[in-house]
Design a protein. Sequence first.
Length: 391
Amino acid sequence: MDPYQNNDLQRRKFLEWIGLSSLALALPGISLSGCQSGRFHEDEKQEFKNVFDLEGLSGKVMGKDAIDYLNGGADDSKTVKANVEGYQKIQIRARRLIDVSTISTKVELFGKTLDNPIILSPVGFQKFFHQDGEVATAKASVKKKHQMIVSSVSNYSVNEIAAQSQADLWFQLYPTTNREVTKKLLERAGKAGCKVCVLTVDTPVIGNRERGGTTLTKLINSKELKMGNYEGILPEGTGIDDPGLTWEIISWLRANCDMKIVLKGIVTREDATLALEYGVDGIIVSNHGGRQLESLRSTIECLPEIVEEIKGRIPVLIDGGIRRGTDIFKALAMGANAVCIGRPFCWGLGALGQEGVEIALDILRAELIRDMQLAGTPSIEKITRDFVIGF
């Protein structure tokens, strides 16, 4: 059946948005080619030296459709590539004869002390990667002491995730044009204990994502779609984006929730200035993992002008292209207060479920600690702009 023959045009548009949204890739009832819901052959067990090893195994376990969709981006995926390659333009200036026998990775964000600066980005529909989905990710985040941001379009609701993992979660928000729905989402996140609302601002429309078309068709045709956060509150035919969104949403959010407000998707000095004017609590420098505008501009290249404008008045986080501890070190040295990762922990989830997420987090944190020792920085606050050159 041709999905575009669906008589309910609104439902078709809504499902299309879901299929194309940020890493929104999951339906528990769909069996895509090669997807094994986290199962793997015993002879495929290996020592994972880096997150790319997890990527290799996840591709075998999840199948071609899932891994192509996860790794793909807008247009020719050149911005996805730029996010990764941007870090290769920065060099580290290591210092010597500094006591690095004890390393502290602790950071302070939004009134909370985090054990480390590596945060799990909001990723939708994680049951596509593994049957335990976001619950497995949250349990791994608790066990390994990492902050997790739950996506609006998670398979499990934020309340279910919090209850089953005991995680202290942040909530990512796609505001619908129906503010009553948005208000109910915020209420659910508040009841789940979320103290931070991460508003995604780079998705007025969906980018041109050409990879994963087969997956999209199956998503549209499926009757097993489950979006835990929207169950019982989303009217038929209502989309979850808002192309008319403006800066006035900040005051609306202030009036309708008690959470800190963080804007995800800021990439310019001008918008950093407006963020300060509107009194937001933080910024995530992000280009949606290269899945929206094919800007060819990496997030690490966007970071300096934003840091220069913010001048430490609010936290600045960054995501996109982080694959190594040295990438984390460079982002922190360039002025980020913390980093967010998406694809690396999803590779772990797809490969081995909760255990795979834990492995991905262990790898990145171990790399960061070793790199801090080699560079001569015994704590996160010691990682300054003097330790890097480039841009």
